[in-house]
Write a protein that binds this ligand. Sequence first.
Ligand code: NAP
Length: 257
Amino acid sequence: MATWRDQVALVTGGGRGIGRAIARRLAREGASVCVNYVSRADAAESLVADIVANGGRAISVAADVADDAAVEGMVDRVAAAFGPVTILVNNAGLSYKASLESYDPEKLERMRQVNGDGVIHTTRAVMTDMRRQKYGRIVNITSIAAIGTALPGNAFYAATKAEAQILTLRFALELGPHGITVNAVAPGFIQTDMTRGSDEEAWKQRSQKIAASAMLGRVGDPDDVANAVAFFASPDSGWVTAQVLAVDGGRMDYVGH
Ligand code: NAP
């Protein structure tokens, strides 16, 4: 019977924002955790120090999830430190806001590579060991943008997250026979660097407006998302797969009928 203490979790983009809360939560549950980052070593290393100081097990590893070879190398390093990855959380992501008028194809392609290809690279890198162990938990962080929320400027970001969402269902189908679950958590508006921007006042006003369009009347905290991830990642959640759980406080501003 698998327990939390047997788990080895890889959280991409685990140093900041939502990923930081997820890595901390999985470590608190008892898993060994790899905090992946691409540029902010300081953030990842401070979290690792914090987890270790609290009696947990963690390392940080740099890798761009858009780079297949770098991802393979990272997964090997985790295996050498803790054993094969049993929990993969695809959290790393970019949000590039643009309209049909203004979009820049290069920025769009980079976002697509990180948000879409990144999920493919990491899943491929961990699946051999997961299959061999007949056990695995994969959780993809998508977005309610993929389900059709109406915030302006998010069309292309939404498309990359819709890709991650359909990959979740398709990978669940492919990997289910091997004892591997694949689910997605689709957050609403969460207070992180991604949503904050540089203008604090504008950000507060935006947050208030979005809070007013949620049934629960507030925007989200990274821990709200980490809680849902912990459910899917749990050893007890072995009969739940191909699900998308919106964690958005009950947002009501969706496009469509
Ligand atoms: P954030 O604060 O901007 O943090 C993004 C994280 O992703 C950072 O840790 C960053 O690493 C990492 N990252 C970016 N590109 C990467 C790459 N190529 N390879 C590896 N890591 C990379 O964002 P967040 O708000 O926490 O968002 C986390 C996830 O939730 C994203 O997938 C995002 O799309 C999704 N999401 C967020 C919201 C929201 O309202 N915040 C809503 C829905 C979905 P460094 O620290 O090294 O830069």
